[in-house]
Each structure stands twice: as C-alpha cells, then as structure tokens.
Design a protein around this ligand. Structure first.
Ligand SMILES: [Ca+2]
Ligand SMILES: [Ca+2]
Ligand SMILES: [Ca+2]
Ligand SMILES: [Ca+2]
Length: 316
C-alpha cells in the first residue's frame, strides 16, 4: 500500500513539473511518515556519523591560552584515524514522543535517542527542561551546514524550543557569574559547552521551518554554551514553577492543560498550565489557590479532600 502511495505521489509530481504554467504554483506534500520508521533511520544515520567523526576534544583537554572553546567536528580518516570517535564519548538519553505533538494522524508513541557530550562541563547547576537558560548556540546539519545560531548570550525559556534541544541542555551545567571584559564584551566564568545530536522526532520531524535549509525528517546538531539559568523558573508567574506544571512528568509542558475542554469550548484556545494563570479556569487565580511560606516553600491546599489540589480543581 505504501509503495503505491509513493508511486502515485511521484506521478503527481511528474505531472506538476511538466506543467509549464508559471501563473500556477502548486505545492505537493506527501503524507507524514511513520515516526517509528523515521526514528530508526535517523538513529542509524546519527550513529554512523558518531562512529566516523570526532571533535577537538584534545583542545578542550589542554586548552591553549587563545583557544576559543568552539567545538569543531571532523571526519576520522588518514591522519586523524587515531582520534577517539564521538560514539565513544557521547552519552545518550531516551525521550518518548507522542505523534500527537506533531499533529499526526497515526497514533504512535516512540522512544527517541538523544546523544550528547559535555566538551567543557559547567561549574554550577543544571537547568531542567522547564527553566529559562542563558545560552549561546549554533545549529548545524550533519553535512556541516549551519542553519541557525546566536553568538551572544540570550535568555531562552526552554519549553519554547525544540523538545530535544531543551532535553539536551538539561544535561549540561551552567557557569557562575557574568564578568565584563575591558573591550566591552562580557563572559560567564565556568559556563558549560556541549554538543547534542537530535533525531527529527525531537526536532521538526516532517515540518521544518520554511527557508531554514532543514529537510523533512532531518537530524540536527546543536553546539551550546550554557551560561546561567533561573532555578525553578515560573514563566507565567502564577506561583507554581514551570517544572511542577508538567503534571504527567513527561518533560513536555505542552500536553498539560487542566482546563483544556473549557478553553476549547469557550474559544480561548489552548493554554497549557505553564502559561495559564488560572489553571482550572474557576475564576480564582492559581496564585490565590496555593500557599507559599516565608522560605518560599509551596503547598497545595485541597479543600474538599478529593485528592485534586484546589488550583487544579474547578469545583473547590
Ligand atoms: Ca507557573
Ligand atoms: Ca507534560
Ligand atoms: Ca489552560
Ligand atoms: Ca483557579
């Protein structure tokens, strides 16, 4: 069945490309592929890359005074054949992804593998996927082509970024403090420098941004410099740290929305708890349904004792 679909698709493409009417621009898109199938392919491609490439780990181990602490990737061949391949230096983590997060019809939940290495471990704490983090980054394809980046530190609220990017950063540590250089630039003492490899299911899958140069189902590589982070970031300032608003603890803050049915029926749209100041839409702000003591400890009263705290319980 699938092969027939592909043949039909090619036939449609051929018809369109042989149509020379410049006034009509048609866009044809194939139906999304199976997430499990794509993940298996992406993982094989990434592992092949990791086996055949290394990074400038020796420069990080014994840095020259003028070393710029940039990760450089290269192939292992000829003069470099004694280098340690990335596959022997990376760690990995498994992240379960629901096809719903890409609005796919086929209902799948697929384990994805993210590979990462800390080239220079940061000297302070480590953000969660729900924290705002001060980051410099560079995104590239496995081909080496750079598609995005920011060479100055920028605050990034990680839930707004790619699932794999946020998860990758949560493995790295940040630095201690910002210092200003005489030339007006500034740096962060002890910041972390890391590298991560994302299968497409932890990135854009079938829907990369137009004009980005990223293909559908393409693997991505990010080099990051993690400067600082805000511990227990509370993005919507409702008193509940974003990490605690991940009610099903799956590391994805977009699928926790207590008042989803009310929001959809009232036309308010979909506002997940980490962005919602009244999580249960009972008209009382979340901030007024929780208790924060002088030490900053949060407790969650449950007035009717039904096991659902008041801030998530529309009838209490
Ligand atoms: Ca919050
Ligand atoms: Ca969640
Ligand atoms: Ca909501
Ligand atoms: Ca409420």
């Amino acid at each position: 069945m699938k092969e027939k679909g592909v043949i039909l698709f090619i036939a449609v493409l051929t018809i369109l490309s042989s149509c020379n009417n410049d006034d009509e621009v048609s866009v044809v898109s194939a139906p999304p592929r199976s997430m499990a199938e794509v993940e298996a392919e992406n993982d094989a491609t990434i592992r092949e890359y990791l086996q055949t490439h290394y990074y400038n780990y020796e420069e990080f181990e014994n840095p020259d005074p003028d070393f710029n602490y940039k990760i450089v990737l290269d192939t292992i061949a000829g003069l470099t054949e004694d280098k340690i391949p990335l596959i022997d230096q990376v760690s990995s983590m498994t992240i379960s992804v629901s096809s719903e997060s890409f609005f796919l019809d086929e209902d799948e939940t697929v384990d994805h593998t993210l590979y990462y290495v800390a080239a220079r471990p940061g000297t302070a704490g480590s953000p969660t996927v729900a924290d705002s983090t001060l980051v410099k980054f560079e995104g590239q394809l496995l081909s080496g082509e750079i598609f995005d980046g920011n060479s100055t530190y920028t605050w990034q609220y990680l839930p707004f970024f790619l699932r794999g990017y946020a998860a990758g950063i949560s493995n790295f540590n940040v630095g201690e403090e910002i210092i200003s250089n005489p030339d007006g630039t500034s740096e962060i003492v002890g910041s972390g420098i890391g590298l991560m490899f994302l299968p497409s299911g932890l990135a854009y899958f079938n829907n990369p941004p137009l004009g980005s140069g990223i293909g559908a189902y393409e693997e991505l590589v990010f080099q990051v410099n993690t400067g600082l982070y805000i511990e227990n970031t509370d993005y919507d300032n409702d008193g509940v740290p974003s990490m605690i608003e991940d009610l099903n603890s799956n590391g994805n803050l977009s699928d926790d929305n207590t008042d989803e049915s009310e929001e959809l029926s009232s036309g308010l749209g979909f506002v997940p708890n980490h962005l919602d100041v009244d999580d249960d839409q009972d008209g009382t702000l979340t901030r007024d349904e929780i208790v924060i003591d002088n030490q900053g400890n949060i407790s969650f009263p449950d007035a009717d004792g039904d096991g659902i705290p008041d801030y998530l319980d529309a009838d209490s």
